[in-house]
Design a protein around this ligand. Structure first.
Ligand code: MG
Length: 386
């Protein structure tokens, strides 16, 4: 039996993790859950899985959850402290599925308590890759991917000596504005940016997918997860989202991972490791029906966020943390209709130019850069919003 703690249990990844756990009650036990504001769903999940501990955002939500769960033996906590407690609740695997900067301290807490982490919350490695990996090395806990591309690479690299790897290629669907012109992007509404052709995901990552910032963050994530020099990582647009990523070896062989775009597949891989958990409800992959798979290079002129991410990963230190922080602010402002879609990359560039870089080996330094970059991104938003 593998015991799971889920950080972000009511979000897109969290609910799918629980859907997989529900199909395999003989192999997966849910011991702790943390949610944000969706207390109703958390209460429902707690009644279903009977975890020892749950955490919600505020004391008010905690009182409500406490009331609803009074007949269970479940402790209820809240806030940042609750997240950290869920991370160290004695699970075998912590699923890090929070969004953005919020996930950093709980992930560090899980690693410090020698618990493996499966990381869907990619901002954690983007902000603090060296710090997170150092914690993992100290405690012997593992940082496992829970992003479809990185789970694909993990499988394509399994059992192969690392010296044999020449390059890793991350695929990107191209998001909701793949075919849009600069002018169409200028006018794109949150509704348009949020209508992703292939994947059902939360709003922040769906906008990141439309700007290709998501792929940029994944390049940084791959750099740390697989200890790769950034020059050995490449990105290809693949609109069908069937090939999830590829590994090129020094002998010219390529290994690809193929599956229908359904997050339950990578989730089941990571939760089941080393076993394969059967997933009967997933739509089968029918290559004959799909017929052709397409690949193209991303257009740097239309997707400046990807270029900003390349700049950040090559610069190193706290530059990726600044990129991530400015992007979180800019995406929030776009979703609130305060800036246009194309303003996201402008706000991020503005913030990067004004946030001094630090080596980034200490949490305080990273958090200071995070705050600084957010403030600069907000400055840009204030100056430019209509
Ligand atoms: Mg991904």
């Amino acid at each position: 039996m593998k015991r799971l703690s889920v950080l972000g249990s009511t979000g897109s990844i969290g609910t799918q993790v629980l859907a997989v756990a529900e199909c395999h009650p003989d192999q997966l036990e849910v011991v702790a859950l943390a949610a944000g504001r969706n207390t109703d769903l958390l209460i429902h999940q707690a009644k279903r899985f009977r975890p020892r501990l749950v955490s919600v955002a505020s004391p008010h939500d905690a009182a409500r959850a406490q009331d609803a769960l009074s007949d269970l033996d479940t402790r209820v906590l809240c806030g940042a402290e609750g997240l950290v407690e869920v991370a160290r609740a004695g699970a075998d695997l912590v699923v890090g599925a929070l969004v953005g900067r919020l996930g950093l301290e709980p992930v560090l807490a899980a690693l410090q308590s020698r618990t493996d982490v499966a990381l869907a919350n990619k901002e954690v490695l983007v902000m603090a890759g060296p710090l997170v990996l150092r914690e993992a090395e100290r405690s012997g806990a593992r940082v496992l991917p829970l992003d479809s591309e990185h789970v694909a690479i993990h499988q394509a690299m399994a059992g192969h000596p690392r010296e044999g790897v020449r390059r890793v290629i991350l695929t990107a669907s191209g998001g909701s504005l793949r075919g849009a012109s600069r002018e169409e992007m200028e006018r794109a509404t949150p509704e348009q940016a949020l209508s992703h052709p292939n994947w059902e995901m939360g709003p922040k990552i769906t906008v990141d997918s439309a700007t290709l910032m998501n792929k940029g963050l994944e390049v940084i994530e791959a750099r740390w997860l697989f200890d790769l020099d950034p020059d050995r990582i490449d990105v290809l647009i693949h609109p069908e989202s069937i090939v999830h990523s590829l590994v090129e070896y020094v002998d010219g062989s390529w290994l690809a991972h193929l599956a229908v775009p359904d997050m339950r597949i990578p989730i089941a891989y990571v939760l089941g490791m080393p076993a394969r958990l059967p997933l009967s409800e997933v739509r089968p992959l029918d290559l004959a029906a799909i017929g052709a798979l397409h690949f193209e290079r991303p257009d740097p002129g239309r997707f400046p966020c990807l270029e900003l991410a390349w700049h950040a990963v090559r610069s190193g230190g706290t530059v990726p943390a600044a990129l991530n922080a400015a992007n979180e602010e800019a995406v929030g402002a776009f979703l609130e209709r305060r800036i246009p879609f194309t303003g996201i990359s402008s706000a991020v560039r503005w913030a990067l130019e004004r946030t001094p870089a630090q080596p980034g080996f200490v949490l305080e330094e990273i958090l200071e850069v995070d705050r600084g970059a957010r403030a600069h991104a907000r400055e840009w938003v204030e100056e430019h919003h209509a």
